[in-house]
Design a protein around this ligand. Structure first.
Ligand code: PLP
Length: 397
């Protein structure tokens, strides 16, 4: 009989053709997720999307998924908005807050573009001030350095839970506690974290959280979530309005908005994406998020040990593997990361090479690009061995 991880690999069709180490960009959805989306699309082809009874059932499904998502992250269903990706969720929060010129936003230097550009634009448009905090050499944000950066003008701290670049699991709870102590808002970018280990807004105590569904959670592209703490929902201006999230008061003609996070969803929902999230949540819950975390830690430690045996390798990020999960960036002297990626692809092993939009981190290590191994529970020790052997072969060529 197969164990749960063998079953997970069997459900991962890409594993029949490739060794896939790029969950950090997007994980392959498991077969049950794809089947659920296909079944929905087939029905839309056979009976039309807006067949009244079908549409009613579909909207009920949307609310079932909202509830499931809320339970998965320790939120209330009224605090969950469906979006199309992590970036959109960050922008909904950033553009929703009412800013005054001079308001300060703390952004560590660990962030990728989607948690940089919007703040930069708001600095240009509204005169907010971005305060950058440096992480330590290993890419870990120290809560004390955040505390030092807080001033009476600080309005928000916006930071990543799990770095897409170094794989560091940041001390989210400790940072959010500091934010609370000084009555500063906190936004956690959890696009990499969700589905890799337990993400819980109650224990983290964050005010906002953004994430996409296509990475650790293994939903399809175009799926995302914006979590907004209940008390803050009425204070955020929705960036998008129309049918689905508004109505017009008949007597006054004013716009009426929902009191829940549905306020941030406008127009036709992305039903295939929501169906995929629903099924992906079932899949992750059946495996158990604690089990997934242990499995990911084990595979990460195994990959770290094996990578360390490769001559002339430089591994970036924390040495302490307890601080890291799923993501290991590295370079090997004598071969560019782009060439390594191409040569591995020729051997059906998929990794990514790039700058990962992380200028500060690259500058810190004085490199332009790096190779990134990004694994998930459906990977195996055997695949890691294949990857290590392939690198050894390539470097000897
Ligand atoms: C940490 C982090 N935040 C935000 C994003 C942006 O998410 P999306 O690509 O879904 O817009 C990503 C995507 O790579 C990410 O890794």
């Amino acid at each position: 009989m197969m164990n749960i991880w063998q079953q997970a690999q069997q459900d991962t069709l890409v594993s029949q053709n490739y060794v896939y180490f790029d969950t950090g960009a997007a994980a392959p959805p498991p077969k049950p997720v794809i089947d659920a989306v296909k079944a929905y699309l087939d029905k839309t082809a056979e009976q039309g999307i807006y067949l009244p009874s079908f549409r009613k059932a579909t909207y009920q499904q949307v609310e079932v998924c909202r509830k499931k998502m809320a339970t998965f992250i320790g939120a209330k269903e009224s605090e969950i908005a469906f979006t199309k990706n992590g970036t959109e969720s960050i922008c909904l929060i950033a553009r929703g807050i009412s800013w005054q010129a001079g308001d300060e936003v703390i952004i560590p230097d660990t962030e990728m573009l989607s948690n940089i550009s919007i703040w930069q634009l708001l600095a240009e448009e509204k005169g907010i001030k971005i305060v950058t905090v440096q992480a330590d050499k290993q890419g870990v944000i120290s809560p004390a350095s955040i505390e030092c950066a807080i001033t009476p003008k600080t309005k928000l701290i916006s930071f990543v839970a799990l770095s897409n670049i170094t794989g560091v699991m940041q001390p989210v709870q400790a940072i959010c506690e500091i934010a609370q102590k000084y009555r500063v808002l906190s936004h956690v970018s959890a696009s990499q974290a969700i589905g890799m280990y337990r993400v819980n807004v109650q224990s983290w105590q964050c005010d906002f959280m953004s994430f996409c569904g296509r990475k650790g959670l293994r939903a399809i592209e175009g799926s995302g979530i914006c979590f907004v703490r209940e008390s803050l929902i009425p204070l955020l201006t929705p960036m998008l309005v129309g049918w689905w999230n508004s109505s017009i008061a008949p007597k006054t003609g004013t716009v009426i908005l929902p009191k829940t996070a549905k306020r941030f969803e406008a127009g036709c929902p992305n039903i295939p994406a929501i169906i995929s999230l629903n099924s992906a949540l079932d899949y992750a819950s059946q495996l158990g998020i604690e089990q997934i975390e242990i499995r990911n830690q084990t595979l990460t430690q195994y990959a770290m040990q094996k990578l360390a045996t490769i001559p002339n390798i430089e591994i970036y990020g924390p040495d302490n593997s307890n601080q890291r999960i799923g993501i290991i960036p590295f370079n090997i002297k004598g071969i560019s990361s782009d060439l390594l990626m191409q040569k591995l692809e020729a051997k059906n092993i998929i990794i990514e090479s790039g700058h990962f939009m992380a200028t500060a981190i690259l500058q810190f290590y004085n490199i332009e690009k790096m190779a990134r191994l990004s694994l998930h529970y459906f990977n195996t020790e055997k695949e890691i061995d294949l990857f290590i052997n392939a690198i050894n072969d390539i470097t000897k060529e």
